[in-house]
Design a protein around this ligand. Structure first.
Ligand SMILES: Cc1cc2nc3c(=O)[nH]c(=O)nc-3n(C[C@H](O)[C@H](O)[C@H](O)COP(=O)(O)OP(=O)(O)OC[C@H]3O[C@@H](n4cnc5c(N)ncnc54)[C@H](O)[C@@H]3O)c2cc1C
Length: 386
């Protein structure tokens, strides 16, 4: 007998899993179809940094706040460790200080954050290099999970406790209403959500061509475990992030940071480099990143990116063990100025792409929104109140 699901999700990255969770919470029968034998896309290559502070005011910030709540709720149930909480934004130039002062004094953007002067920042966060430190912004909101474990644990938990069927090694080749063609036979579902990540060449290829999509390739590094007791107080960023995170970048003071970078370190702007540092349970540091745009992404990696990322890390942090133990790149779809794309290629079919580096931070809320929308559509079609 053909099994009919309420929702079929294409893609087993964090965006697909978030939709599966939202639907399972409504009691829907859900299947997740993932092409690879386990997820190896952006969702396992990122920092695992659930970032709230600095997200663009409006939908993105709202989604980050809601997603953070869901991570906090789900992580202990799913056996996902929160590696650290909060964000330390190290301030190393007068221009960045002006941005962060404006940010911290805005009751909406800077809610719950505290600006520390240089002495207080150096005392409070001894892993920061004192030399050149003008102060720091402390945000308590962030969570950090290790994505290599978190995505696998979340998938297993959805299957084991939430009734979600997860089928790995299944490629979806076409979606026609509630019917999906796959290389393992047809699947029938009342609604479909396609979450393909950076795969813009597969499903709905021609439709996606109508958006201003490109791809963003990021360089990442892992440093060897640091000595016992050396712990980051939270995720760490610094001045250059002012240009990349729209919650800061949209403040008028950010133009001066951009101008200084253009004059003094144009290679950072050219390669879209800023610093994020997070720490794994074994003490290893995950640091990055760069942003190289193009579709297809360049097959070759600019060696200057690694040098620049390391230089920012070592200028900012007193890192005892500087040995690089892993390097990788990750790719996400990108639309200039747009954080996420939700499209409706057919009735009860949604195409959902996070078109910025915010999927770990916003996916759970996106999943709730899209599934609520589908529930409303289903109810309208059936002529009943949702
Ligand atoms: C290096 C890097 C660092 C980042 N850091 C952060 C961070 O710290 N915080 C943050 O919030 N965000 C971060 N991001 C962004 C975040 O990782 C992404 O927004 C998010 O992972 C996107 O999730 P996804 O599920 O859409 O894509 P993916 O994780 O790429 O998953 C898509 C899945 O769909 C599957 N698929 C595609 N087509 C088909 C098909 N036809 N049939 C079956 N399966 C299919 C693929 O196999 C893949 O597993 C980072 C991204 C990168 C690359």
């Amino acid at each position: 007998m053909t099994q009919i699901y309420d929702l079929a999700v294409v893609g087993g990255g964090i965006v697909g899993l978030a939709h599966a969770l939202a639907a399972a919470r409504r009691g829907w029968r859900v299947v997740v179809l993932e092409r690879d034998r386990h997820a190896v896309g952006a969702s396992v290559r990122n920092f695992g940094f659930v970032t709230v502070t600095g997200q663009q005011a409006g939908a993105c910030l709202r989604r980050a706040r809601r997603s953070r709540e869901i991570w906090a709720e789900v992580a202990p149930q799913a056996g996902i460790a929160i590696e650290h909480e909060g964000l330390v934004f190290a301030i190393r130039s007068a221009e960045a200080l002006a941005v962060i002062e404006a940010f911290a004094s805005d009751p909406e953007r800077g809610a719950g954050c505290r600006l520390l002067e240089s002495e207080e920042a150096a005392e409070g966060f001894p892993v920061l290099r004192r030399e050149g430190l003008l102060g720091a912004l402390w945000s308590p909101h962030e969570l950090r999970v290790d994505p290599r474990h978190a995505v696998a644990r979340l998938t297993a938990w959805l299957a084991e406790t939430q009734g979600v069927e997860v089928r790995f090694g299944v490629t979806v080749t076409a979606v026609e209403g509630g019917w999906l063609a796959t290389d393992a036979g047809p699947v029938h579902a009342g609604a479909v959500v396609v979450c393909p990540g950076a795969d813009l060449e597969g499903l709905f290829r021609h439709r996606l061509a109508g958006f201003d999509l490109t791809k963003c390739k990021l360089h990442m590094l892992r440093l060897a475990p640091q000595p016992a007791g050396w712990r980051l107080p939270g995720g760490v960023m610094r001045d250059e992030s002012v240009v990349r995170y729209l919650g800061y970048a949209e403040l008028p003071q950010a133009a001066a940071v951009q101008a200084r970078l253009a004059a003094e370190r144009p290679e950072l702007l050219e390669m879209g480099i800023h610093l994020i540092a997070t720490q794994d349970a074994d003490g290893g540091l995950v640091i990055g990143d760069s942003h190289h745009y193009g579709d297809p992404p360049a097959p070759f990696d600019d060696a200057r990116a690694e040098e620049a990322i390391l230089s920012l890390a070592f200028e900012t942090l007193e890192v005892p063990n500087r040995r690089v133990v892993e390097r990788w790149t990750g790719i996400y779809p990108s639309v200039p100025g747009r954080q996420a794309l939700i499209d409706a290629p057919g009735p009860a079919v949604r195409l959902v792409l996070v078109t910025s580096g915010t999927g770990m931070s916003t996916a759970f809320a996106l999943g709730e929104e899209v599934v609520a929308d589908l529930a409303g559509e289903r109810a309208r079609l059936a002529g009943v109140a949702e």
